[in-house]
Design a protein around this ligand. Structure first.
Ligand code: AP5
Length: 250
């Protein structure tokens, strides 16, 4: 993984004033991608590989929520502080606030190099809001990749996941173990297990996905953007399948 690209993923949510250089490199087109798929299907893993290959910015709303939770009040952006108010009361964050969180980073969405959205949109209302923004900016999505995988494999993937606290690299205790236990291969950061990677939270997240996010499949099918990809198998095979599906659309 290119070091600059990893830094960009960790920093993008700091806003356009952060010391962030857009990834550089040759591109045949500005790739503007959305990744769909149930929790644990491998969106973050494939997102890293795609951003490295296509040299685009990885934008993960899950990362953004976790960053907001780890920051002190004064360090939060206005939308982060708003989102935290709902989360403190145990309420779902409304779509309008989620959109504000993304909109604060709209320089990344306007980048002529393109972007990859992972975890956003998650509801029909979020998808419609993104579409309005794209229309206003006279931009269009290149493709919406929908990763498909039987539910049985998801719990195994999530319960063995470990994440780097520093650069956000994703590991798995069995399928992608770090060279030294608990230490990131890429930057030497500390690896941790996410709070929501336990069986009870996984069941709730899968249910939320079924109700809120799966309707997006039809939404993007109707727009002619849906690109289904089988997510079963080693990560490099899934990546090769994804690239082939994207090249077929180019
Ligand atoms: P988020 O962080 O987006 O979580 P998620 O959608 O549940 O997705 P995950 O990150 O859990 O899974 P993934 O598909 O990225 O899998 P990964 O590559 O890590 O969101 C977290 C929470 O924030 C949400 O639940 C929600 O509450 C809130 N939120 C976020 N966005 C929101 C929005 N827009 N609106 C409202 N709320 C929002 O892979 C999983 C594991 O499998 C890893 O260990 C990996 O190493 C391993 N693995 C990956 N690929 C393979 C393979 N091919 N073979 C074997 N193992 C593999």
């Amino acid at each position: 993984m290119d070091a600059q690209n990893k830094i960009d993923r960790a920093r993008w949510f700091e806003g356009s004033s952060a010391n962030t250089s857009p990834p550089t490199g040759d591109l045949h087109q500005p790739w503007r991608l959305v990744l769909l798929g149930a929790p644990g299907v491998g969106k973050g893993t494939q997102g890293e590989l795609l951003c490295q290959r296509l040299e685009i910015c990885h934008i993960s709303t899950g990362d953004l929520f976790r960053a907001a939770g780890n920051r002190k009040g004064g360090d939060q952006t206005p939308a982060m502080a708003d989102a935290m108010k709902y989360m403190r009361h145990g309420d779902l964050v409304p779509d309008s606030v989620v959109w504000e969180l993304v909109r604060e980073q709209s320089d990344f969405l306007r980048s002529r190099k393109g972007f990859l959205l992972d975890g956003f949109p998650r509801t029909l209302a979020q998808a419609e809001r993104l579409q309005l923004f794209m229309d206003d900016e006279k931009l269009s999505l290149t493709a919406v990749v929908d990763y498909e995988m039987p539910q049985a494999e998801i719990t195994m993937r999530l319960s063995g996941r470990r994440i780097c606290a520093q650069c956000k690299s994703v590991f798995h205790v069995t399928w992608r173990p770090p060279k030294t236990e608990g230490v990131c291969d890429d930057c030497g950061g500390r690896l941790y297990r996410r709070d929501d990677d336990n069986p009870a939270s996984i069941a709730i997240r899968l249910e939320a996905y079924k109700h809120s996010t799966s309707p997006l499949i039809q939404f993007y099918k109707d727009l002619g953007l849906l690109t289904p990809v089988d997510a079963v198998g080693p990560a490099d095979e899934v990546f090769a399948r994804t690239m082939a599906a994207l090249q077929a659309r180019a």
